[in-house]
Design a protein around this ligand. Structure first.
Ligand code: MN
Length: 739
């Protein structure tokens, strides 16, 4: 809110929208005269209140609420939401009181603006300070938003526009806002299925936090797209011709993966750029669900699908309500594309998620509360979010944020009850987590589980799509200590601890002290600390105060009751943070260093020869090239046999499980139907990426040569997969290729 400065920053370079632009949109779905007047008067009100004030980017302040309202109108939200969007900063930034808003615009708008104001107040108190937002701040933001979904949507629109216009701000604030966007607002947008908003916020945050990385990925994307555009266009045309001939209604478009989602795959999940199958996807939109299946069937009939990559999110929607059919197909020219097929309604949900359901319908007699309840029924996690947010007096802010992040934002396994209800759980969850999610009694009395009609033990890791049923018995004896190692969700763990504490209360005090002491000892030992070191560290005044105990024995009794857990003690002493920080550093270092030691030196940059594609486990030599440094070859590679004087001793570093290496292979087989599909299926079943595959039929001998590039981590994995391939019906040879 400084005076006008550099003109080129205006609105972050985005076009400025006028009130008429917004009116053009909402007039399409809001016809009631009073509703239209409400919106118009909110705009006029905000204009007057913010008069004479300018944003950091140079334009008059009113452009911020205008853009926020524009984003909202595009989501087809109701008149009160748009009106609230216009005046969301009035109480915060001018001397207007919240009561005045109530008088002018009614109670509902007052409540929305009040929640929004409280959220920004909290952040204002931290502006200018160099500290990061704390868990306490984030908790308050989330609590404010959990009350009314409209508050969330406005807050997200507000944040999105602020992210577009960061350029006028000091660098440290840009960084804090970007980080906060990734930590708090992106997970919410994701869980609400507001995909377009989420991905724009992610890309903007990455662009400001890591400009070099952002640019590098953008460049990779551009070059990949140039290279594959032709193949994609040809495929789209062929599919369009096919559907047209069948008289099927459709729209066909293509989409490119966002920069941030590629960043995530490469930097957080450790994939290489070539391993990402869905960089470019074809999207086909049709009119009915049945048509979707028909279309994917027609496509699979012509193009080979890559086994294991067909996903039916129509039958089993994602937790954020996303529905679509996905498949990856091989085009025959060595390219892979993802194909997405869905109806128009599904497409709308895919782009705007909850907002598509929240879309304003005139004449609907439903109250906001009723609509909120409907949303909660569809977004099953939202109920957990509201419930978790409602009773947080007992949780510290950090616990609340951790719980939220772990159990809701990061949950990624969707399993089904026998009646088909979707239950979402954190990754790595077991039937115990499922049982406690159904009901604490089901958890406490669990004795076994049936997963996909098979009896399994309680520590089985669940996968998305599993149908889970819990066997209970009133004589189960209840939770035992071992369950704490089996359960993954905070909810289940809390229930188990509670039940164990109840059991413990029957024990003598001495026994409880010993129990607590030995379980703490175990945790410390697992992390490489002796009992003496443990005792030395826990005899600590601050720790006693924090956990509210008077003596070591008190502490041991509490630990025996799992409140706190041994891990909490460990974490309080910050022992874990230090340790995992060094582990992370080691990993990072490893990636930067070369996988090969040449002449006894690990820091020499090398490249692996494209001709013989060496992998860990191969005997190798270094070859000093003219101008391109040292390339690594397999010791018997014919390309380096001539000039022995240019060879250097080279060996692999210790196993490095993080990387995979491309290997060209050739498979010889007798030709038959589905040969390629079976081979792809076998390879992908072993989770080995394939980045190209071509087949040549030898007509005279009816044999086929298949050339593929697969990615493996070492020679052992390669031998294993060769074994699998050679056992496929019809295959008689498989070998590495030297170019
Ligand atoms: Mn604002």
């Amino acid at each position: 809110m400084k005076a006008k400065k550099e003109v080129n920053l205006i609105n972050g370079g985005y076009p400025l929208h006028t009130f008429d632009d917004i009116k053009d949109i909402y007039s399409l779905y809001i016809t009631d005269k009073k509703d239209r007047e409400l919106i118009e008067s909110a705009y006029q009100y905000a204009r007057k209140k913010h008069e004479g004030v300018y944003r950091n980017t140079g334009e008059a302040y009113i452009h911020h609420p205008l853009e926020v309202a524009y984003i909202l109108a595009r989501l087809h939200v109701g008149p009160k939401t748009i009106a609230s969007g216009f005046i969301h900063d009035v109480v915060e930034d001018t001397d207007t009181t919240i009561e005045e808003i109530g008088k002018q615009f009614g109670k509902e708008v007052q409540n929305i603006v009040d929640s929004l104001t409280k959220i920004s107040r909290l952040k204002l108190s931290r502006r200018g300070k160099t500290v990061n937002f704390t868990a306490e701040d984030h908790k308050k933001i989330l609590l404010g938003m959990a009350k009314d979904i409209r508050v969330i949507i406005i807050k997200l629109a507000d944040r999105l526009h602020n992210m577009r216009t960061l350029d006028g701000l000091p660098q440290d604030r840009i960084e804090r806002l970007s980080k906060e966007t990734l930590e708090v607002f992106v997970p919410i947008a994701h869980r609400l299925g507001l995909y377009a908003m989420q991905s724009e916020m992610e890309d903007l945050a990455l662009k400001h936090l890591k400009p070099e990385v952002y640019e590098q990925i953008q460049k990779l994307l551009d070059s990949k797209m140039r290279y594959r555009r032709k193949s994609l266009d040809a495929l789209m045309k062929r599919i369009a011709d096919m559907l047209f001939e069948k008289k099927i209604k459709f729209e066909i478009t293509s989409r490119v993966k966002s920069v941030y989602s590629i960043y995530k795959k490469i930097y957080l999940k450790g994939h290489t750029f070539n391993e990402i199958y869905d960089i470019m996807a074809i999207r086909i939109i049709t009119d009915t669900v049945l048509r979707c299946y028909e279309i994917i069937g027609l496509i699979h009939n012509v193009y080979k699908p890559i086994p294991g990559r067909f996903k039916d999110y129509i039958a089993v929607p994602k937790a954020n309500m996303y529905q679509s059919l996905h498949s990856s197909i091989v085009t025959g020219d060595g390219n892979f594309f993802e194909v997405q097929v869905r109806t128009k309604d599904m497409d709308e949900v895919a782009e705007t998620g909850v907002a598509a359901h929240w879309k304003y319908k005139e004449g609907s007699s439903k109250t906001t509360k009723q609509e909120m309840r409907e949303i909660e029924n569809k977004l099953h996690w939202f109920r957990d979010f509201v419930a978790m947010s409602a009773n947080t007096n007992t949780d510290s802010a950090k616990d609340y944020m951790d719980k939220l992040r772990h159990d809701i934002f990061d949950s990624s396994v969707y399993v089904l009850t026998p009646l088909g209800k979707v239950i979402d759980l954190p990754a790595g969850s077991t039937p115990l987590d499922f049982a406690y999610k159904i009901h604490s009694k089901v958890g406490d009395q669990a004795v076994g589980a049936i997963v996909n009609n098979t009896m399994v033990s309680l520590n089985t890791i669940l996968k998305s799509g599993d149908v889970v049923e819990i066997k209970t018995s009133p004589n189960s004896g209840g939770p035992n200590e071992g369950w704490l190692k089996i359960a993954k969700s905070t909810n289940a763990l809390a229930h188990i601890r509670k039940a164990l504490a109840k059991k413990n209360s029957g024990l003598l005090k001495d026994k409880r002290i010993n129990k607590g002491r030995s379980s703490l000892k175990e945790t410390f030992a697992q992390n490489g600390f002796s009992e003496e070191e443990m005792l030395e560290r826990i005899d600590n005044k601050k720790l006693f105060e924090y956990f509210n105990v008077k003596s070591l024995n008190d502490l041991f009794v509490k630990i025996a009751n799992h409140n706190p857990s041994p891990n909490a003690i460990f974490e309080f002493l910050h022992l874990k943070d230090k340790r995992s920080a060094t582990i992370k550093l080691d990993k990072a270092k490893k990636i930067n260093e070369s996988p090969v030691i040449v002449g006894g030196e690990a820091r020499i940059a090398v490249s692996l020869g494209n001709c013989c594609s060496p992998i860990p486990g191969d005997e190798i030599v270094g070859y000093v090239t003219k101008g391109k440094g040292i390339t690594i070859h397999r010791i018997n590679c014919p390309n380096v046999q001539k000039e022995k004087e240019r060879l250097m001793h080279a060996e692999w570093r210790d196993e490095d499980y993080l990387s995979t290496y491309p290997v060209s292979i050739e498979i010889e087989a007798n030709d038959r139907n589905n040969l390629l599909t079976d081979i792809m299926g076998a390879i992908s079943q072993h989770k080995i990426p394939v980045t190209s595959i071509t087949a040549h039929l030898h007509k005279e001998s009816t044999t086929t040569s298949i050339f593929a590039t697969i990615h493996v981590s070492d020679i052992k994995q390669l031998r294993d997969i060769f074994n699998v391939i050679v056992n496929i019906n019809g295959v008689f040879a498989v070998d590495r290729v030297i170019h």
